[in-house]
Write a protein that binds this ligand. Structure first.
Ligand SMILES: Cc1ncc(COP(=O)(O)O)c(C=O)c1O
Length: 441
């Protein structure tokens, strides 16, 4: 059913290194798919297969595929000019919307990817405090640059004991000294976090985190964890950096910081801010931006505040603003319903699938034989209990029955998913689960 994708993938490998342009895309089995078009929550590949999409551009497509208004906004701007490398009123309009939406957004700077924004935030935090260390949590992903990947996906044989998570990097070619600029802590253990902060007291510039750990499983913060981060940052003069690349706008206009009731010093925004165009922002308190204001910290980029991206972002933010208080309740309700439906199907077919998360995004953990029940709360817990090969098999069965989830197990709901789409997805999943149950031994 994927013949044309197979052909294109073989052809691509003769010109594109490895045939793909982002490492994770190679995980798609039986072959990385080639797509032709999308509409709403559906996407069609080059073989004509139609999928109900829960991958949604790795979460960027909160408004669904190809929303008409956004296409017009971009086209109108493209006719006037695609790039100025200078100022335009649109950038102020987008910045003003962010100020209105996000509690901690006193000032704003734009980039083209969240990876870049993470680097800006770390640089700013170090300059602001005169300290060098960044505390980050195991399993959290902050972009693919040297600094963003420390502590992401460490292998169990090298990850160190629970009290001293090792500073490891999943990529070769990284300057070893980069690792020394980080403290790695376990997620969802407030006592451990406090001990780590005390151990390096006076040396930590910032604590960075995904408010909901979406890049390893889907783990909400333990009660009081985000408040403890805020308290420790205030106590020790560290900056609190919320990486809301995934949670921003998905959790409502104010993101996860409103949902969980904390105001960070700096916030990283990506993905849904541009609805699928390369756009990202750093927002935060004026005091935290002081070194950019004074010119002592360099922040730059030829394509920063690109007008095509700004026109898309303005359209996206207006969509969220127009939803008002209805968002995110509607997406949460649909997502929870899908989680319940998947769990019920899994039980029927005797599959140990455990959907987990706040609904608008969730992860399907597949329990290893003999693994304990109950929520997965940290990276180590995830590695110990999640059966990745078994999930990969089920994911393929789902894909071949027209349901597309993220390779690593995450599912994103979008504003374009409707009740009828979910009902259909569950009918397709029923067939996929039956096949998986028959084939998996
Ligand atoms: C939490 C988080 N931060 C940063 C990034 C990096 O974003 P980008 O790939 O747009 O640079 C991602 C990407 O998945 C992310 O999930």
């Amino acid at each position: 059913m994927f013949n044309r994708s197979q052909e294109l993938f073989e052809r691509a490998q003769r010109s594109i290194a490895g045939g793909i342009n982002s490492g994770i895309r190679k995980m798609e089995v039986p072959v990385p798919l080639y797509f032709d078009h999308g509409k709403g929550c559906r996407i069609w590949d080059v073989d004509g297969n139609e999928f109900i999409d829960f991958q949604t551009g790795q979460g960027a497509l909160l408004y669904g595929h190809a929303p008409a208004g956004m296409a017009e906004a971009i086209a109108d701007q493209a006719r006037k000019g695609t790039h100025w490398a200078a100022q335009c009123e649109l950038e102020i309009e987008v910045a003003e919307r962010l100020q209105k939406m996000i509690p901690g957004a006193e000032l704003v700077r734009f980039n083209n990817s969240a990876t870049e924004v993470v680097l800006s935030a770390f640089r700013l935090a170090r300059a602001h405090t005169g300290r060098r260390l960044i505390l980050k949590f195991e399993g959290h992903y902050h972009g693919w640059a040297d600094e963003g990947l420390v502590g992401f996906a460490p292998p169990p044989d090298r990850w160190g004991d629970d009290e001293h998570p090792a500073r490891l990097h999943p990529s070769q070619g990284v300057i070893p000294e980069v690792l020394e600029q980080f403290v790695v802590a376990r997620w969802n253990d407030v006592g451990h976090l406090r001990r780590k902060v005390d151990e390096f007291r006076g040396q930590i510039a910032a604590i960075v985190f995904e408010p909901v750990l979406c890049n390893t499983g889907c783990m909400e913060p333990a009660p009081g964890l985000l408040q403890a981060i805020r308290e420790l940052c205030d106590r020790d003069g560290m900056l609190m950096i919320a990486d809301e690349t995934i949670t921003g706008f998905r959790f409502g206009a104010g993101g996860a910081q409103i949902h969980y009731g904390v105001v960070p010093d700096l916030t990283i925004l990506g993905k849904a801010i541009g609805g699928g165009v390369p756009f990202a922002a750093l927002v935060g308190r004026e005091a935290a931006f002081a070194k950019i204001l004074s010119g002592e910290v360099v922040h730059a980029g030829t394509l920063n505040a690109n007008p095509l991206c700004l026109s898309a972002a303005k359209w996206c933010l207006d969509e969220i603003l127009a939803l008002g208080d209805h968002h995110p309740a509607g997406v949460i309700a649909l997502g929870r319903q899908l989680m319940t439906g998947l769990r019920a199907l899994a039980d029927t077919h005797g599959i140990p699938l455990r959907p987990q998360g706040p609904g608008l995004v969730f992860h399907c953990a597949m329990l290893k034989p003999g693994a304990a029940e109950g929520p997965i709360t940290s990276y180590r817990d995830y590695v110990r209990r999640h059966d990745a090969p078994r999930w990969a098999h089920l994911r393929r069965c789902l894909l071949e029955n027209g349901v597309r989830a993220i390779e690593r197990g995450l599912w994103f709901l979008s504003l374009a998913h409707r009740q009828a789409d979910l009902d259909e997805a569950l009918r397709r999943a029923d067939t996929a689960f039956a096949r998986h149950a028959a084939e998996w031994h």
